[in-house]
Design a protein around this ligand. Structure first.
Ligand code: ATP
Ligand code: MG
Length: 253
């Protein structure tokens, strides 16, 4: 009897150990994913911060730095640094079992995302056509920060393709409408669209056409995961006559 019990105990201990190993390795995967996502979202703001500081130094050296330029550059550095810190909170929240939900105004969230990509778009001479109606606030209950990450990823992709194709009058158009108790944000570019042979793969993990140095293939995969698993909405794409058009569906309260 005693021996049996001991064996049983050993089995139990073994089982627990195995469970712990599985739990630990799952945790490692999640942590790895979180670090990957943060690194992905940090690349652009870090570039903006470093370019902003370099710009100030250069202008000072050539004696062309006035108060207005200094203030603008410092504000941009601050805004982007703030975003770096928020990104960590967003992904921490993303992997939590108990999500912290907040009622937000979708227009405000879009503006926040546009604030981050604005400088980069301007530097590439890309026009941002913002057709959003700010009069009637559209409210949803979501995790703070996630929708912004998705919008930033999609606009960055539009920027990349507009630059790659050297599109004349490169434009990113953003719209927002309310339909069937859903908010639908659309983000469209005029870079010619996504080739039919890859359109079904662009949301796959690590799918990229940009080469190792400039693309990881994480952006759209992560965006779709956020839209479906966390926001409980949807993300899909269609080609129009001008280019790619991404649809972000967000369920409303
Ligand atoms: N607006 C677009 N027009 C044309 N092709 C696009 C557009 N957006 C995405 N793609 C295609 O989808 C692929 C996957 O995009 P995704 O954002 O997931 O990765 P990436 O931009 O290549 O790399 P990463 O975002 O990780 O740096 C891109 O490499 C590109 O081929
Ligand atoms: Mg991308």
């Amino acid at each position: 009897m005693l021996r049996l019990d001991t064996t049983f105990n050993i089995c139990l201990e073994d089982g627990k150990k195995k469970e712990k190993i599985i739990y630990d390795s799952e945790k490692m995967v999640v942590i790895g994913e979180m670090i990957g996502n943060i690194a992905h979202q940090w690349r652009q703001p870090l570039t903006v911060i470093s370019a902003g500081a370099t710009g100030i130094l250069m202008q000072k050296e050539y004696n062309i730095l006035d108060d207005e330029k200094l203030e603008k550059a410092c504000n941009s550095i601050n805004e982007n640094a703030q975003y770096l810190s928020e990104t960590i909170d967003t992904f921490r929240n993303f992997i939590k079992e108990e999500k912290v939900l907040k009622e937000v105004v979708i227009q405000d969230r879009i503006n926040k995302a546009l604030g981050i990509v604005e400088t980069t778009l301007k530097s590439k001479l890309i026009t941002l056509e913002n057709n959003i109606n700010y009069d009637v606030p559209i409210k949803a209950t979501i995790v703070l920060g996630e929708l912004e990450q998705v919008i930033i990823n999609i606009i960055n992709n539009a920027k990349d393709i507009l630059v790659e194709k050297e599109t004349e009058n490169g434009t990113v158009t953003i719209n927002l409408e309310e339909k069937d108790n859903k908010a639908i944000v659309t983000i469209q570019d005029n870079a010619g669209g996504i080739p039919e042979d890859i359109i079904d793969k662009i949301f796959d993990l690590y799918f990229t056409t940009k080469g190792d140095d400039s693309g990881t293939g994480l952006g759209l995969h992560m965006s779709k995961k956020i839209m479906i698993e966390s926001i409980k909405g949807d993300l899909y794409v269609e080609n129009t006559n001008d280019g790619a058009k991404f649809f972000l569906e967000i369920p409303l309260n």
